[in-house]
Design a protein around this ligand. Structure first.
Ligand SMILES: [Zn+2]
Length: 310
């Protein structure tokens, strides 16, 4: 009796365990199907590709910022490295474009959706960033302890050029904006400019004040870029499809208007929320969204040292 009961119990337990395991594997399979990671590739030139799928909002499809893949004789140069959770998909995608080793990573700025896989290509890879970005990266958990070896070893203040002929790359820092270390990456032979998140998309900029970003400096910084750079046809923004030089010029005007509108609203006694609600730039700037306006206005108010609360 006892034995029989025991064996029934055991059978029931085994059956239950099988159900649990079966249920689990179905759940895992469903999750895998749901989160199958896809990174799209856009060919811009024979030796330059952009890895997209970079629009935030949906965690299942957002892989991080646009990545430039520049193929040189010696190896592959990456501009940014997407989100850490996309490491294997990202590595596979890079390999599908070129089997040459990755020799260099340029980080446009500190954020984890642009630096997430800096550690996936070995310690011999040269990582390059603006000097303030290196300082910002050193504050991130992702670059602490053992991972500190993946902090940029080569930095620059205003400009840095390397490579020659068709493989030349020019890096520029024009001042604070999205952060205090945003690099523009220019490929003269291709007439391509990667802007990182200083020009992320056609919307109000995200101003990361904790990392030295400035909505007040933003229009001047872009103005300097627009005045300095020449011979750009293709603009690769941080988080949107490819654009043209005229789009960057327009973005400079947009950030100027945004700052002016905020200053006018503030002088008129509006608080940040009221200011944000009153600002409409999408009539003047076709194709723009205003999802980022509220946060940008708040950041500018903080920067201007707003004391008004009503
Ligand atoms: Zn960013």
């Amino acid at each position: 009796m006892i034995l029989l009961e025991g064996s029934i119990m055991k059978r029931m337990f085994v059956l239950g365990a099988l159900l649990v395991v079966g249920g689990l594997s179905m759940a895992v399979a469903a999750q895998q199907a749901q989160t199958k990671q896809v990174i799209d590739v856009q060919k811009v030139a024979d030796n330059y590709y952009v890895l997209t799928s970079s629009t935030p909002g949906n965690d299942a499809t957002f892989s991080g910022g646009n990545v430039g893949v520049f193929i040189t004789n010696n190896g592959v140069i990456l501009v940014d490295t997407k989100l850490a959770g996309w490491g294997q998909t990202f590595l596979d995608r890079v390999k599908s474009i070129s089997t040459k080793p990755v020799t260099t990573i340029i980080n446009t700025h500190t954020h984890g959706d642009h630096t997430g896989n800096d550690d996936k290509f070995g310690t011999s890879v040269e990582i390059i960033a603006q000097e303030n970005t290196k300082t910002n990266m050193a504050k991130m958990d992702a670059f602490k302890g053992d991972k500190a070896v993946f902090l940029p070893k080569r930095t620059f203040k205003d400009t840095l050029s390397f490579g020659s002929g068709n493989e030349r790359i020019d890096l520029y820092y024009f001042g604070a904006g999205h952060t205090n270390g945003d690099a523009f990456v220019y490929f003269p032979a291709l007439r391509v400019l990667q802007t990182g998140d200083l020009f992320a998309r056609k919307d109000a900029p995200r101003i990361d004040r904790a990392n030295g970003g400035s909505g007040v400096a933003y229009p001047q910084t872009l103005s300097k870029a627009v005045a300095t750079l020449k011979n750009v046809d293709t603009v690769v923004p941080g988080h949107a499809p490819l654009m043209k030089w005229s789009d960057l010029q327009e973005y400079q005007r947009y950030t100027t208007d945004l700052l002016n509108e905020v200053q006018t609203a503030r002088r008129g006694g509006k608080n940040a929320d009221a200011a944000a609600a009153s600002i409409n730039l999408t009539d003047k700037y076709k194709g723009y969204t205003s999802e980022g306006v509220k946060a940008a206005v708040q950041a500018i108010y903080e920067e201007l040292g707003a004391t008004r609360t009503r």
